[in-house]
Design a protein around this ligand. Structure first.
Ligand code: ADP
Ligand code: NI
Length: 214
C-alpha cells in the first residue's frame, strides 16, 4: 500500500499539470525538500510539515480570481480520503491558509513551528537564481515589462494593491524578493536565504550595468 505522502505527491502532480512554471510541481518538490531540510533542525511534526509543503499551492488564489477558499476545500476533501487524523488536517489547513506573503499583515503573531518551516521553504524558493527565474517567468506570463527606469517600486503596498500590481519585474525585487531575508523564521532558513539574497544583489548590479549601455 502506498503511504499518505506518496498519495499526496501523486495528487498534487496531477492537479498542477499545465501550471505556470514558477508555481508548478517542481516548485512544490523544491519547497517539500527544503521543508524537510529545515525541519531536520527543528522540533516539529514531520507529517504536518510534509503535507503542508505538498499542498500549499494546490489552488493559488492568483490563478483562481483571488478566491482564497478553494485551496483549503480541495486539501480537506483530499485529506479526508487519507489515513490522516482530524487534528493533522486542521493543522495543515491552517498552514495553507496563512502561509502567503501577501497575507502577512493579517496573520496571528504566534505561529506554529510547522508553518514557520514551510513558509521559510516557500520564501527561499522565491529568492536566488530560482527566484530570479520564477519572477521573470511570472512577469512574462502577465506580460509585464521587465524594467522601466521611469517606474519606481511601491513599498508598503496594501494586500489589494500588491495583488493588483502590474509593475515591472525588476520592481518586484524591491517590493518582495529583497525583503524576504529579514522575514525568515528559522536559523537554517536565514542561512540559506542570506546566500541567495547576496546572489540577487549581484544580479541586479549586472542587470543595471548591461541596461545602461554607454
Ligand atoms: P505568495 O504565493 O507567497 O503569496 P506571491 O503572490 O508574491 O507569493 O508570488 C509568488 C511568486 O510569484 C513570487 O516569488 C514571484 O516569483 C512571482 N510573482 C508574484 N508577483 C509577481 C510580480 N508582480 N512580478 C513578478 N513576479 C511575481
Ligand atoms: Ni509556493
Amino acid at each position: 500500500m502506498k503511504s499518505t505522502i506518496e498519495n499526496t505527491v501523486e495528487f498534487v502532480k496531477e492537479k498542477l499539470k499545465g501550471a505556470e512554471a514558477g508555481h508548478d510541481w517542481y516548485h512544490i518538490e523544491r519547497v517539500w525538500k527544503l521543508s524537510r531540510k529545515i525541519a531536520a533542525e527543528e522540533d516539529c511534526n514531520q507529517e504536518v510539515v510534509e503535507l503542508s509543503a505538498l499542498l500549499h499551492d494546490i489552488a493559488d488564489p492568483k490563478f483562481h480570481n483571488g478566491d482564497e477558499t478553494i485551496a483549503p476545500k480541495i486539501a480537506r476533501k483530499f485529506l479526508e480520503g487519507q489515513q490522516v487524523s482530524e487534528e493533522v488536517i486542521e493543522k495543515v489547513l491552517f498552514i495553507i491558509k496563512n502561509i502567503s506573503f501577501k497575507n502577512r499583515s493579517e496573520v496571528p503573531a504566534e505561529l506554529p513551528i510547522e508553518l514557520k518551516i514551510v513558509q521559510d521553504a516557500d520564501r527561499i524558493d522565491a529568492v536566488g537564481a530560482i527566484g530570479i527565474g520564477r519572477t521573470f517567468n511570472f512577469g512574462g506570463f502577465k506580460n509585464n515589462p521587465m524594467y522601466d527606469p521611469e517606474v519606481q517600486p511601491s513599498l508598503n503596498m496594501s494586500k489589494e494593491e500588491y495583488k493588483k500590481s502590474n509593475g515591472t519585474t525588476i520592481n518586484h525585487f524591491y517590493e518582495k524578493l529583497l525583503l524576504l531575508k529579514d522575514l525568515m523564521n528559522t536559523k537554517k532558513g536565514k542561512e540559506i536565504a542570506q546566500q541567495r539574497h547576496d546572489y540577487m544583489l549581484g544580479f541586479l548590479d549586472q542587470f543595471y550595468k548591461e541596461w545602461n549601455v554607454d
